[in-house]
Design a protein around this ligand. Structure first.
Ligand code: PHE
Length: 458
């Protein structure tokens, strides 16, 4: 088959692609979300189930996204439609791309608000507000941020502007150099925090909480959240990785690259957990405190350590940077789609799409103050957005993507793209993509809706 070429150029090297995908994967999902969802769902069993989902569901779907993306070389909607047609399947596969674009929209609307908290904490840290690290003082500082919607709006606006700016200029690919240095820097800072947690935290209880699995404590809701977290943290199920795959040069190993990214992403999340829970237990804090967890625990550690002001400022700066490279991945599919299908310029597309997302972000901001009592299904607007995207849209998108790669695409095409012939790797991927991933997502969905129980199956 004649190969299509990308409309936006290609990554300069395999390493550039690895950095871009890791930049998209490693973000608030690892450091902010993983600890608080694991905490809210009782740790141990949740963490194990999450790891299982990462390896058996997230990884094959990531590989599928990259291979579909490289074959189609367009935005996710056009890619799924084109490849679908080529495989004599239905062009309506494009709808999967469309759902992904909507998911990216919704996710970025709250993601940017949380990234805004991280920005606010850069200033708080630099101003030495956490000095001493008394847990009560740290909690009250966080509570006052949540209560002040104007401040939150300000930081959200700044973060969205940064995102729009870089996407508008189309310089995402220029970020690879920055990712190359700043990501390892973030990892090193996490190791500094780990040293603190080992010495000053209740490390034993932290480990026990994270790794001692009591499966009777894992609810159906918890399983759904663990699966959703696997999708969210790997950036899969919405076409972000597919959009990046579209710029991947031929001849680059897709499986090897994906495995590296998945391992790196998982290590960062586990590291975050290992840092946070010992601090939580040593200070009598609540592991199930919710979305504020890292903002109420890490400043305690920074406040008590030598050089804490410096480390804290740097940490929140790097966290914001990690969030930024993820935000770019969230908006890229929509922008690529607008450029390719509507002939809009990159700058105009990024601006219009970015402004809509920025406006939507106010719903999340108000969920923590003015609208904290507005609940639907017992959840605030923010909680609903998070639940709908992470736990429903991403897994559903992922299920369809794996069915597409495993069933709709013929063996020749996927084998050609993956270039691992009939090897064990290829067969393992195909088995996971055809059977394990779709069936796992379906079972977790059925279980969470109570349908498995109703059918008397479990
Ligand atoms: N994976 C990112 C994180 O962990 C979030 C993200 C989800 C980015 C989906 C892009 C697409 O922070």
């Amino acid at each position: 088959m004649a190969k299509r070429s990308s409309l936006h150029g290609l990554w300069s090297s395999r390493l550039a692609f690895i950095f871009a995908v890791s930049g998209s994967a490693v973000g608030l999902g690892n450091i902010w979300k993983f600890p608080y969802v694991a905490g809210a769902n009782g740790g141990g069993a949740f963490v194990l189930f999450y790891l299982l989902c990462v390896a058996c569901v997230g990884l094959p779907i990531m590989i599928s996204e990259v291979l579909i993306g490289r074959r189609g070389r367009r935005n996710p909607i056009a890619t799924m439609r084109l490849v679908g047609e080529e495989e004599n399947s239905h062009p309506s596969w494009g709808l999967v791309g469309a759902m992904g674009i909507v998911a990216g929209f919704l996710i970025l609307s709250f993601y940017s608000v949380i990234a805004g908290w991280s920005l606010a904490y850069v200033i708080n840290s630099a101003a030495g507000q956490f000095a001493g690290g008394a847990p009560e003082k740290v909690s009250s500082l966080f509570a006052s941020l949540l209560g002040d919607w104007q401040t939150m709006a300000l930081w959200h606006t700044l973060f969205m502007s940064l995102t729009i700016w870089v996407v508008a200029r189309g310089v995402e690919r220029g970020l690879e150099t920055a990712v190359r240095f700043l990501m390892p820097a973030l990892a090193i800072l996490m190791l500094v925090l780990l040293a603190y947690s080992i010495r000053m935290g209740d490390f034993g209880r932290g480990i026990e909480f994270l790794f001692k699995a009591d499966f009777s404590a894992l609810t159906a809701e918890g399983m759904l959240a663990a699966m959703g977290q696997a999708f969210f943290t790997l950036s899969v199920g919405m076409g972000a990785i597919m959009a990046y795959g579209a710029y991947l040069p031929e001849g680059t190993s897709i499986t090897g690259t994906s495995v590296s990214v998945v391992i790196a992403d998982t290590l960062v999340a586990l590291l975050a957990g290992l840092v946070i829970f010992p601090i939580v237990f040593a200070n009598g804090l609540d592991p199930a405190a919710g979305p504020g967890l890292i903002f109420e625990t890490l400043p305690v550690a920074f406040g008590q350590m030598a050089g804490g002001t410096f480390f804290a400022t740097l940490f929140f700066l790097l966290l914001t940077f990690a969030a930024w490279t993820s935000a770019i991945g969230l908006i890229e599919p929509a922008v690529a789609w607008s450029v390719e299908s509507h002939g809009q310029s990159r700058a105009r597309s990024a601006l219009i799409i970015g402004v809509v997302i920025w406006l939507l972000g106010f719903l999340t901001i108000f969920s923590f103050n003015e609208m904290a009592d507005v609940k639907l299904f017992g959840r605030t607007v923010f909680e609903n957005l998070d639940h709908l995207t992470s736990n429903i849209m991403l897994p559903l998108g992922g299920l369809l993507i794996s069915v597409f790669a495993g069933w709709a695409m013929c063996k020749n095409s996927t084998a050609e793209e993956l270039d691992v012939g009939t090897s064990f790797t290829y067969r393992a991927w195909r088995f996971l993509a055809r059977w394990v991933a779709p069936v796992a997502v379906l079972l977790v969905f059925l279980q969470a809706t109570g349908l498995l129980n109703a059918a008397g199956l479990l």
